[in-house]
Design a protein. Sequence first.
Length: 647
Amino acid sequence: MKNYTLILVSLLNISALFAQHTPVSASNNSLIESISESEMKAAYRTINTVANLNTGNYDVTHQTLNVTVDPAVQYIAGSVTTTFTATQDMASITFDLTNFLTVNSATINGTELNFTQNTEEVVITLPQTLSAGEEATIVVTYEGAPLASGLDSFVTSTHNGSPILWTLSEPYGAKDWWPCKQDLNDKIESIDVFITAPSQYVSVSNGLEQSAIDNGNGTKTTHFQHNYPIPAYLVAIAVTNYSVYTQTAGTAPNTFPIVNYVYPESLTSAQTQTQQTVPIMNFFEERFETYPFHTEKYGHAQCGFGGGMEHTTVSFMGGFNRELIAHELAHQWFGDKITCGSWQDIWLNEGFATYLTGLMIEHIDGNNNFALWKRNNVENITSLPYGSVYIPAADTLSVGRVFASRLTYNKGAMVLHMLRFKLGDEQFFEGVGNYLADPALAYGYAKTPDFIAHMETASGLDLTDFFADWIYGEGYPTYSITVNHGTANHAVVTINQTQTQGGASFYELPVPLRFMGTNGEVFDTVVDNTVNHQQFDVELPFAAFNNVIFNIKSDIISAGSSVTLSNKPFSLLNSISLYPNPAGNMLNISVPKGVDINQVAIYNALGQKVLQASNTTGINIASLANGIHFVTLVTNAGTTQLKFVKE
């Protein structure tokens, strides 16, 4: 029996989570909330679903879905033909399938097979043990009424009085409407989808439409074929009285259609709004690579939910907002071509799709609007102190945690931007491009270490600490920055950082600063903040400044940070120090940038000069007697005296 108590609790938790969120910006975070909400609705039963270890002994190579539906009726009937290869000796095969649907038969080469059906799967006994490496084809016929509670993966509803059916299976909902293998360890190499529905309706699925045949009995069968690897949760169908129009995208010879399926009552507005798709597609292709499914199509199918869902080659859309179009299109690269290898790594899908929306804004609307987009994200991220981008294993059964807009979407996106800010455009986009092109990942699955490896290779840097702080870790820093006037055309910047409770011990980041000159000049610089209380000597292209702005373009995540300008000139001599102190055989002198040592004189406690050197920051003091000594330093910034102990 299905646990209705657990389902009710999950629904109540989702309602509370939706009600608690207050968007920072109607143009940004409310959109992300809408997208994550639609994916949470599709995924609500994640809370009582776990990976099915019983499906791990075979690889699916091809599936044919042949289904009969009516958008006015919550019911499905049909067959699924699965060709698979055994990865180990197997006497039976298991498919994921809810018991709201009934299996009528299972056959192999026309021979009836024995099977058992339980709550979440159907187990079919093979006529003989299949050896590892052997291939077979199973046909399962089934029918039934998929669960209809309003938050499901198979939905019948209406629009403007007309019935509509759509599916929305992320992450574990495919089994609610067809027998499949839905764990994130095996993509179906190719699929054929045959949808039989009342002839007045238009059917939609993945890949290219091959035919639409009138059956002469009031029904029509539409055949779609998709010849790229696809996970079960991205297989989708929709049926209603769609109006259909096509755009052309891509760069020759890789041109392809964008097929739009929209409600007749939305046709005029949709035709205007979807015009934005082609320039967004062009930008993503130029920035990354050719559209991954260019031999088939891209498309939109309008559906009755908020946000969208990135089904491979056809995104199901609740509307046609430009940012929503960009987000779902971005998923065709990040999520569909390369799919997160576990729900712990879902930021590789959603963080990237969110960031590509920001890149689209930067490209089309300019830097000021991109800065506003980043600022809205940062404000949302820092509205709460806790939570990592990476999903802890225990939280993968919490739908609200997996699809948390603040963490999975917004923080995931901003971490990508901070990585870009840290590495620079050339190395960042080289690493991302190599990640997309990696034959071990392309049209397959990736986990966070796979992405890290490509970014480290492209940059030549060890990014362990960065990802430990920002993907696996929690929280964010707050900065307190003091700026003093230094020598001519110089400023001395002192940076102090505090961290949210439970966050990193220190967030090593490039810190962006903008200096405003007294005559209206503007100078942007970045200092590499690696320790607390760190000082930087900044050379300015103008003589005097009257304002310093921290993180003006919101390039890094921080909260409540402040900049204090001191009118008192800062002496660079105050930053000179001796180490180690006490010292043994060597005494070193630490000097800030901009200070040069001309002469060093060392005196004992009686005032006698015992050593002298020039133009050096390291002195051998092995010959000195133990005890207190004094050092007089003559520099280009003046003369100062320091004390150390010889031991």
